[in-house]
Design a protein around this ligand. Sequence first.
Ligand SMILES: [Zn+2]
Length: 274
Amino acid sequence: MKKIIINYRLAYFGLLLAFLTQSCAKDKNGDRLLFSIDQDIALGEQVAHTVDSTYRAKGQLIERNNSRYAPAYQHLDAIVNRVLSSGQVAYKDEFKWDTKIIKDDKTLNAFATPGGHIYVFSGLIKYLDNEDQFAGVLGHEIAHADKRHTTKQLQTQYGINLLLAIVVGENQGALTQIATGLTGLKFGRDAEREADDFSVVYLSGTNYACNGAAGFFQKTQSENQSAGVPEFLSTHPDPGNRIEAINNKAQQQGCKTTPSGSTSFTQMKNILNQ
Ligand SMILES: [Zn+2]
């Protein structure tokens, strides 16, 4: 009889182990998250929908079907596609990777939802000097989604049950809170460092200067910035360390650091000034 009980226990632990192994399988980044990739995608859809309607209500979302801004979106999509085609983005095919522009010239920011919806404020685009810097910043945001930093941060902040409720369409209040809070979502230093590193890795597979993101930090350092604190700077008080780290990573990768000299970025800025 005792043997049978032991066998039952073994079977129970076997099942438990099988469940845990399945639900905590390593993702493509080698991380174990309770939240699955499909749930990242579903949460991202809900959050992006709410972000869209929030900025649309304020008249700030530049719609993709607005013909006046169509060339700006063509430029933007081309840059994003170059970064995505580097062969280094783990969830290139699974995530949505739609990038939208929010018309707000005072905000120097960009953010990503889980599942790869990227938002860029017009203020950031106008602030940057060249397309390589912009590609670097986009690479940083793509990394936050691809490395699932946003999901991990939201899971820590809100708990998995709340996120799962949002995935199935419940708790609109929390969804709105998350969507509007993404601009100020603070990641840990490790996540920021990893996003900077992968910006270099992604860009090393393109014609852009792979340390493009460093150019952004150099600019914020040389000009005393008062027009809103970018998400980047709110988590890292010393951009100097980041410039050095990005340049070190570029050296390590052996990738080119001379700007591509693309002229389409100026055209993009001009369109946003219309
Ligand atoms: Zn960041």
